[in-house]
Design a protein around this ligand. Structure first.
Ligand code: SF4
Length: 503
């Protein structure tokens, strides 16, 4: 039997069917070339959170249910047997099949002759693409002879607050239920066509599909690296030039221009965004592959008083809250770094990090207030620190006056660079890690030379590993050191950028 015929005979999972709706090529590659997929950074943590949320939903929403813990044909057999034996009990992961499509329902309750389905999601709201997910489940149950009564999404209720330590806490109220039964009825007639299309994709040669918005919608596709390999890199891409509005970018691209250098002067002169002299200079510098500085940049940076404080936070957010008084998805700081620069050039550094696993926010706030003194600008990059400081002021009313005084001293470097600096090698990005190599030599600051933790996402994963009780003391100490080194660079980088650009 030919390989394609064998695949044509296999079952389709709900996930494959949904991925085929995102992109037929994605479905084909998943079946025939899965080794080309590259997991996105953080996907293991997302899967882990999904498991944690799913297990909690079982005990909170359907206590006492029974788990179908085997797979494929055995799961189908177990589900049928359980429903025949106990027609009134809830089932977790009940499994059904119709027309070679197999689905597992997160939570299922028999209700008379019908069934109530709940799909559990780790998000804080109902997203548009959940509808297809629910419609496929309904279609399969119906096709398998188990008529659904209702289908709902259980998502995380952002207003939920943990009232005590997790081992004593009640998680009632963590989930909000949204009934999608009516919306599912509207799309149900389309499901047969989705299934037929997926089967036809699998039975055919690889579809030819250009990359486009579907590559990141509704999920980032794991084949992006594969599909984009061989695509020529445009060095001064019009699509990335920051001053152009989206309409102007689309117009230029529709006229056949991809690179800033290809746009004739007369055409550039027609662009309203380039009428400001500064913007026209930025455009010209980008055409020549050079850095652009506005005439005001050096003055703005030179006006910063001393001592200058450079502040950066690292924070963690839990889908299921772990610390009393916290809510889902809250950003909870666990670390800060501060560099203090005197006019003489003298540099001091201070830092805070708590990897004990206990709530670090109070001690972190008190130590930061005492480190930041009473005068001098506090330089941050983006509004992230400002938002965290406001949240801390709300959490600790007795510290809010001191925190408000800190907020008033903040100086955000990010918008300043956005308006007054550009290098085409930033490729449209104004993240500190994109600007840094344009302003400084690699030998001065190099995130890639760090061990283990090189970006904010890695810092969050490292912190989670450090506070895990199963992590050894040696490993915890190693993570602690890596986190401290990483956060220290995050405050040294803006300091070096300012000192270089000020000149
Ligand atoms: S990267 Fe884009 S074009 Fe390629 S398979 Fe994924 S969604 Fe399809």
């Amino acid at each position: 039997m030919a390989i394609k015929d064998q695949y044509s005979l296999m079952r389709l999972s709900k996930t494959r069917l949904l991925n085929g709706l995102q992109c037929k090529k994605r479905l084909w590659l998943e079946v025939y070339k899965p080794h080309l997929a590259e997991a996105a950074a953080g996907s293991a943590a997302i899967i882990q959170t999904g498991i944690e949320v799913g297990t909690l939903a079982q005990s909170v929403l359907a206590p006492g249910g029974r788990l179908i813990d085997r797979h494929s044909q055995q799961a189908l057999d177990d589900t049928r047997a359980e429903l025949a034996k106990n027609p009134r009990s809830a089932l977790y992961e009940a499994t059904f099949e119709a027309d070679d499509v197999m689905v597992r329902t997160d939570l299922l309750w028999p209700e008379g002759e019908r069934y109530r389905i709940v799909e559990v999601k780790s998000s804080s709201r109902v997203k548009k693409h959940y509808l297809a997910d629910c419609a496929i489940q309904w279609w399969v149950l119906q096709g398998a002879g188990y008529q659904p009564q209702t289908i709902s999404i259980a998502h995380i209720n952002k207003q939920f607050m943990l009232d005590s330590a997790p081992e004593d806490a009640s998680y009632d109220g963590l989930f909000a239920l949204a009934d999608l039964t009516e919306q599912v009825a509207d799309v149900l007639p389309e499901v047969s066509a989705w299934v037929a299309q997926a089967k036809s994709v699998i039975a055919s040669d690889q579809p030819v599909i250009a990359m486009g918005p579907q590559c990141n919608k509704p999920h980032s596709c794991p084949f992006i690296m594969h599909c984009s390999s061989g695509t020529p890199v445009i060095e001064r891409a019009i699509s990335k030039f920051p001053s152009l509005k989206i309409n102007s970018r689309h117009e230029l691209i529709a006229e056949g221009y991809q690179d800033i250098g290809d746009v004739p002067d007369e055409r550039a002169a027609q662009l309203a965004e380039l009428r400001q002299p500064d913007e026209r200079e930025r455009w010209e510098a980008a055409r020549q592959g050079k850095a652009w500085y506005s005439s005001q940049l050096s003055g703005i940076l030179g006006a910063l008083e001393y001592p200058r404080y450079y502040l950066d936070f690292e924070s963690i957010s839990f889908t299921v809250p772990r610390w009393p008084g916290t809510q889902p998805f809250e950003h909870l700081p666990f670390q800060w770094s501060v560099h203090i620069e005197q006019r003489s050039g003298k540099l001091d550094h201070d830092e805070f990090l708590d990897v004990s696993g206990k709530p670090p926010m109070r001690a972190l706030t008190e130590a930061m207030i005492s480190c930041l003194g009473n005068t001098g600008p506090i330089i941050v990059f983006t509004s992230y620190e400002r938002t965290r400081l406001r949240e801390l002021a709300k959490r600790y009313p007795d510290l809010s006056e001191a925190l408000q005084a800190i907020i008033e001293r903040l100086f955000d470097l990010h918008p300043v660079l956005k308006h007054h600096y550009y290098h085409p090698e930033q490729n449209g990005s104004f993240s500190i890690k994109s600007i840094l190599p344009c302003v400084l030599d690699d030998s001065e600051i190099n995130y890639q030379a760090l061990e283990g933790v090189r970006d904010g996402l890695a810092a969050q994963h490292a912190y989670l590993e450090a506070i895990n009780p199963d992590t050894s003391a040696e490993r915890r100490e190693e993570i602690r050191r890596q986190l401290l080194e990483y956060c220290k660079l995050d405050t040294l980088a803006p300091l070096k950028i300012i000192n270089t650009l000020q000149q």
